[in-house]
Design a protein around this ligand. Sequence first.
Ligand SMILES: [Zn+2]
Length: 317
Amino acid sequence: MHEAYRRPAASARRPCGKVDFCHSQDPFPRLIGATCVFVHAVNRIPILTYHALHAPGDDYASNDHAALETDMAVLRRLGFRIAPLADVAAYAADNGARYLEQGTWAALSFDDGTDWDYHDYDYDGRCIKSFYTILKEAAVHGESPPPTAVSFVIASPEARRILDRTCIAGRDNWRDSWWSDATRSGVLGIGNHSWDHVHDTLPTVAQREQRKGTFLGVDSLADADIQIRQAEQFICARAGATTRLFAYPYGEAPDYLVADYFPNHRERHGIVAAFVTGGDYVTRRSNRWKIPRFVCGEHWKTPDELARILTAANSPR
Ligand SMILES: [Zn+2]
C-alpha cells in the first residue's frame, strides 16, 4: 500500500457511505388475453457510485479503480448501456429522456473529486488508471452513447487543501485544475458535492452549530446557501460549466433541503436534481431531490454482487 493512498487517519472518514433512504416501486398487473402478468410500471435504472480515494490495495475489494474497470465489462456482458447522469435525473423528474423507458440502462457517478477521477496515478512504481481513463478505454467497444459519468466535487479550496492532508497523503491531489478539461472532454461532467462536506477533520465548517460528519445539520437557508448555492457558483466559475446536479455528502438528505430549499428556491441555487445513496433503482416516480444510488463497497463488493443488482433491475417482481 502506497502512502499516497494510505487509509485516512482515525478521525477522518471515507465520505458518503451510509445506507439511508430505500424505496421501491411496485409493479402493477396487466391482463393480456386471459393471462395476468406483471410488468414494470416504469423502467428501473441503477446508478453506480465509486470513490477514487478508496484505493488502499490493488484488487477489486480494495480499489475502486480496479472495481470500475471490471464492472465496465460486467455491464457490457449483461447488455447495459451507460446513460448520461443528467438524463437519468430528467427521467426521474419525468421531465424528458423518455428513451430510458426502454432497454437496459445504468449510470455512473464519482464522489469527492480527488485528482484521480481525472488523472492517472503514477508514483514510485505504482500505477492506477483514473476513472476518466477507464471510461475512455471502455468507449472503444463502440456502445452508443459512449460511457460518461459525473464527478461530484467539493468546492472549497481551503477544505480540499486540508482534506488532502487529513484523508490522503498531503501531496496536493485534491485540486480543481482538471475540472474544466474534464467538462470539455464530454466524458466527465462536474457536479456539486457541497462547499466543505461538513467533514469532521476540518477546523470549521459551513454549519451554524459546527455539526460535523453529517449533512443532516444543513437545514437552514443560510447554511444551504453556502453549502449548495455558493458551491455551485464556485464550481461553475472554475469548470466553465456544471451539470447542475448535487450529491449529498454521506448520502444524507435533510428534509429541509428535499422539501423546501431545492424545490422552492430553484432560481437561487440552479440545481435540477439531487442524489442520495440508499441502494435502490431510479424510476420515473423517484423524487428528483432524493434520487437513489448504489455505492461500490457498500451495496456490492464483488462482480457477482453487481451482476445481481443489474439483473434484478430487469427482473419481473
Ligand atoms: Zn462524499
